[in-house]
Ligand binder design. Structure first.
Ligand code: NAP
Length: 361
């Protein structure tokens, strides 16, 4: 019998679900044994259910082609087959909240890509390099749910990954005011140019709900556990505009920062390139060796050259320069469906395994 943990992908037929399946091919710790989606796909093999809508550039892994897709709503049946699940279903927020907790209550840990539980007080929202200690709030969540091993953990929104790690690396200089504009790829809406041709040569200055997430989620990540819940930080204040741009993958952010403490360019760059976290120390399978790279060239980071840095798990930063109104400005880039979605969730699951929260049933 395989020693690997058995994983189910809820919403495995969708864009993020497909990314999970691609990233988990040959994963050293996890094996996709179960895929669940809507009743529309249930009962068909994965290959049949996804026919004509496989959106990854790498081919569909052979090992999943003949898996018969299950119905996400048959919670007990799906949960009985796996040690834990990744969640990437697209339902209403209330439905997602309910179904993720239903899985947790079957003693099945849920690592979610969805936003539904990001503000549930005892659910950790984690970037493993930034706030791995937040996973401890799971102990309080389990008490609320009445579970021994079942819980929900989430990763934050894709938009913040191009600047929140950078601001974290600069923490000792005390950033207190941040203005960010994000230039977000169409895959963040689950789309390609084939299914969203209006985006070719176009820009849309609206992404529903995104600005609020981009402003508030970093504060929760920088928060701390008090009395069994995560209490968000209150500084730095962040204001953000989020713009959809004609790019397939990769969210770019143009950011201005004010600091309470003075820093030189050399010091700021050194803090970025030296920045390491628990995933690097533990050498987790999906951890980038170098989390943040700094590029000196004036025309970097560029989506076409840098989005796949560290297999899409790293952050690329460039154009750091003094500003006439703010103190410093820079441009950051990260891969929205790898670091910003499925890859970030896989790294969370690896951390949870290393911390002993995900085990064999
Ligand atoms: N795309 C991104 O980069 C990104 C980033 C962060 C977060 N997200 C979030 O991740 C989730 C998935 O996004 P996506 O882009 O992968 O969406 P998607 O391509 O539309 O896939 C949605 C998945 O959910 C399933 N589903 C839809 N309605 C359902 C229902 N009523 N009951 C059970 N399953 C249902 C679909 O199954 P069928 O195939 O059977 O319809 C499919 O597996 C969304 O909540 C989205 O907001 C996406």
């Amino acid at each position: 019998m395989s020693e690997k943990l058995k994983v189910g992908i809820l919403g495995g037929t969708g864009m993020v679900g497909q990314r999970f399946i691609s990233l988990l091919e040959n994963h050293p710790w996890f094996e996709v044994t179960t895929i669940a989606a809507s009743p529309r796909s249930a009962g068909r093999t994965y290959e049949e259910a996804v026919e004509g809508r496989w959106k990854m550039t790498s081919p569909m892994p052979e090992a999943v082609k003949n898996i018969v897709v299950m119905n996400v709503n048959e919670v007990e049946k799906v949960a009985a087959q796996v040690d834990f699940v990744f969640s990437a279903v697209d339902m209403t927020k209330e439905e997602i909240k309910k179904i993720e907790e239903a899985y947790a209550k079957t003693e099945t840990p849920v690592v979610s890509n969805n936003s539904a539980h990001r503000w549930t007080e005892d659910v950790p929202m984690v970037v493993p390099e930034i706030n791995p200690e937040h996973m401890k709030v799971i102990d309080f969540q389990k008490k609320r749910l009445g579970t021994k091993r079942g819980f929900v953990a989430v990763k934050p929104n894709c938009s913040i990954q191009s600047y929140a790690p950078v601001l974290t690396a600069w923490k000792e200089f005390e950033p207190y005011e941040v203005v960010a504009t994000t230039y977000q790829a169409i895959s963040g809406a689950g789309k390609t140019f084939q299914d969203w041709p209006e985006m070719e040569g176009n820009i849309i200055p609206y992404i529903g709900g995104e600005e609020e997430k981009s402003e508030k989620e970093p504060l929760r990540i920088w928060g701390e556990i008090k009395d069994g819940v995560i209490v968000p930080a209150t500084s730095p204040v962040i204001t953000c505009q989020c713009i959809r741009v004609p790019v397939l993958n990769g969210h770019t952010a143009a950011v201005f920062v004010k600091f309470r403490k003075k820093a030189s360019k050399e010091e700021l760059v050194a803090k970025l390139t030296e920045f390491r976290g628990v995933p690097q120390e533990l050498e987790l399978p999906s951890a980038p060796k170098q989390f943040i790279q700094y590029l000196e060239e004036d025309n970097r980071p560029q989506v076409s050259m840098d989005v796949d840095y560290e297999k899409g798990m790293g952050v690329s930063v460039g154009r750091l320069r003094e500003d006439t109104v703010y103190d410093w400005k820079f441009v950051g880039l990260s891969h929205n469906t790898v670091r910003g979605a499925a890859g970030g969730a896989v790294l969370c699951a690896e951390l949870l395994k290393a911390q002993g929260y995900i085990t064999k049933k």
